[in-house]
Design a protein around this ligand. Sequence first.
Ligand code: IMP
Ligand code: MG
Length: 186
Amino acid sequence: MKTAVGRALISPEALQSRVSALAEEIVASLPPSPADLTLVAVLSGSIIFLADLMRRLPMKMRLGLVTVSSYRGRATQPGPPRFEATALPSVAGRDVLIVDDVLDTGGTLRLVQREVSTAGARSVRTAVLLRKNTPAAREVAVDFVGFDIEDVFVVGYGLDYDGLYRNLPYIAELTREENTALRPLG
Ligand code: IMP
Ligand code: MG
């Protein structure tokens, strides 16, 4: 199957202005001095969203990084998610904001929410840049959503396909040509 970057869905300017608005929503929803706020970002897709968002949050905070593997290489269908506390300070008694790139089946966020709660967080909120329009995604409790998008595979602004395209400054649809089994992959 041959893949390519398809139509642009969200421009760099739209990303920046929505992330600013999200940061304002988050600041308004937290107590003026949240106790020991910890951002827990899900690697690797959230890194650019995280970097833009956290610089707009003025309160004192710590950062934790976790990994959840559900997509494998060129597969665009998820397998069962596995959680790894890659660089996670203790969240016991802390107010946590989970940060992720995209809510698709919801398996990833549900798992991270469960792990953070089990680790004794005082409160758990979730911010996701993109939420796909799927029945499963709508069933996951998230507090802050950047954009609701259609159910298509997207790349850019941190999101990848087979490790590629994270550096695109905008969000684009990944296009796939079927029936290319006899042609080289690429
Ligand atoms: P979920 O567990 O099905 O909600 O999937 C969430 C994770 O799968 C995200 O954190 C991404 O890493 C990955 N993912 C889901 N949809 C896409 C997509 O359209 N593009 C790139 N990665 C995606
Ligand atoms: Mg991810």
